[in-house]
Design a protein around this ligand. Structure first.
Ligand code: 4H4
Length: 239
């Protein structure tokens, strides 16, 4: 997957995403990442990229021309058509299902807004998907873009190096993940559940399924109801 991020703060993206797993994925050639500085494409002699909004109102807006020209510079270098994602509170809420969908793409362009957002005309011209990471307003789209890249990248085969750990992630099967433990067996008088030390994989799987159902029912009743509707037989694990 080739990820192209259009941003006013490329260093924030490159520093933020050069984590161990993503850096290794890039070294393996599984992912390429570039951050394109929108400011490099402004035609204004003062490197201006924002202006007041027509109709008045507080705040500034990112202008269309620099964003469009930055996108066109990336488009020329892409191997094929790409989803162009605009990070905004007005978008579709990002979730594991959307992460899975995006992980199938070969090319991904992510546009990061600032100030009050971006001129609607360039959004209409280039954006295919508007995505939100939650119902709150941030100062920039860079953190949301890094959230999307992180969640999508780890689903690309070979990135985690151990597919099992993403397959049993929370939300992957519609349930929250079960509690997990590592050494030592006893920590501050708290013991690892005996079943996990038994070596009986069938019993471990049964215990984990029950814990996932209990945790989901307690913490995310919305997910639990949806899951039980799809899998009514699962309630037997709670007996
Ligand atoms: C974009 C602020 C659009 C306001 C922005 C608007 C998020 C989020 C975010 C910087 C930019 C903000 N991006 N999920 N939440 N005018 N981005 O807050 O549409 O309200 O992804 S606007």
């Amino acid at each position: 997957m080739n990820v192209h991020i259009l941003t006013l703060f490329p260093e924030m993206i490159m520093d933020g995403l050069h984590t161990s797993i993503l850096a290794r994925a890039m070294d393996k050639g599984l992912i390429t990442l570039e951050a394109v500085n929108i400011r490099d494409y402004t035609l204004s002699k003062h490197k201006k990229v924002d202006d007041y909004t027509y109709g008045g109102g507080a705040g500034m807006l990112m202008q269309a021309q620099p964003v469009y020209d930055a996108y066109m510079s990336v488009k020329e270098r892409m191997s094929g058509p790409a989803r162009v994602i605009y990070m905004s509170p007005q978008g579709k809420t990002f979730d594991q299902e959307l992460a899975m969908e995006l992980s199938q793409e070969e090319e991904l362009v992510i546009l990061c807004g600032h100030y009050e957002g971006i001129d609607e005309r360039v959004l209409e011209e280039i954006v295919t998907d508007e995505i939100s990471i939650g119902d709150y307003v941030l100062t920039g789209g860079e953190l949301p873009a890094m959230v999307v890249v992180d969640a999508v990248s780890r689903l690309i085969p070979g990135v985690l190096g151990n597919r099992v750990s993403s397959d049993t992630d929370s939300f992957m099967d519609g349930l929250l993940e079960y509690p997990q433990y590592s050494r030592p067996e006893v920590w501050r008088d708290k013991k690892v559940p005996d079943v996990l030390l038994s070596g009986n994989h069938a019993e471990v799987d049964k215990w984990r399924r029950k814990q996932s159902l209990l945790r989901t029912r307690e913490r995310r009743p919305d997910l639990y109801e949806a899951y039980i509707k799809e899998h009514p037989e699962a309630e037997k694990f709670l007996q």
